[in-house]
Design a binder for this molecule. Structure first.
Ligand SMILES: Nc1ncnc2c1ncn2[C@@H]1O[C@H](COP(=O)(O)OP(=O)(O)OP(=O)(O)O)[C@@H](O)[C@H]1O
Ligand SMILES: [Mg+2]
Length: 142
């Protein structure tokens, strides 16, 4: 039974499609399903950014996550589907896997590719690692 869905977004169009799929499934599954939208800030914060933000790391993270998730948040809000947000800092696949496994998610949904423009690979490293490391089923949306 699917009760907890984790959707990961790096702000790419692929991740948006993953979120559309998550929304569709959530509506089909009905009440009792909870969706968490997550973004992992992977790039290091620069000195300049730190000083500019007056060392407010929390706001820096929130701003970055907001950019990666805003379109998806609007999509869910427009359909009146509630969601949780999760933002963390670190290596994307590692953080997504840890969250999914430690909090007993039933399904993780990711895009097949992300922001990297290189097109040779069918799936990106984050989707591949999550598929390997998560204990629950992983849906990789093309
Ligand atoms: N920082 C992140 N936070 C949350 N989800 C992410 C993040 N990075 C990637 N993802 C998820 O993984 C999916 C695939 O992205 P991935 O990074 O694997 O591909 P890529 O950027 O094309 O290639 P690579 O990063 O391996 O060079 C995205 O659509 C998104 O669902
Ligand atoms: Mg990537």
């Amino acid at each position: 039974m699917i009760k907890k869905i984790l959707v990961a977004s790096d702000g790419s169009k692929h991740a948006f499609r993953a979120a559309e799929k998550a929304l569709e499934m959530t509506k089909q599954l009905g009440e009792g399903v909870s969706v968490t939208l997550c973004h992992i800030v992977s790039k290091p914060i620069s000195r300049g950014e730190l000083i500019h933000s007056k060392f407010d790391v929390k706001s820096l993270l929130e701003n970055e996550a907001h950019q990666a998730l805003i379109r998806i948040e609007l999509l869910f809000r427009n359909e009146n589907v509630p969601f949780n947000l999760h933002v963390a800092m670190g290596e994307a696949a590692e953080e997504i896997i840890q969250k999914a496994n430690m909090e007993n998610y039933d399904l993780v949904i990711v895009g097949s590719r992300g922001l990297n423009k290189l097109k040779e690979l069918v799936i990106g490293s984050v989707s591949r690692e999550v598929a390997h490391g998560a204990w629950c089923p992983v849906m990789i949306v093309k």
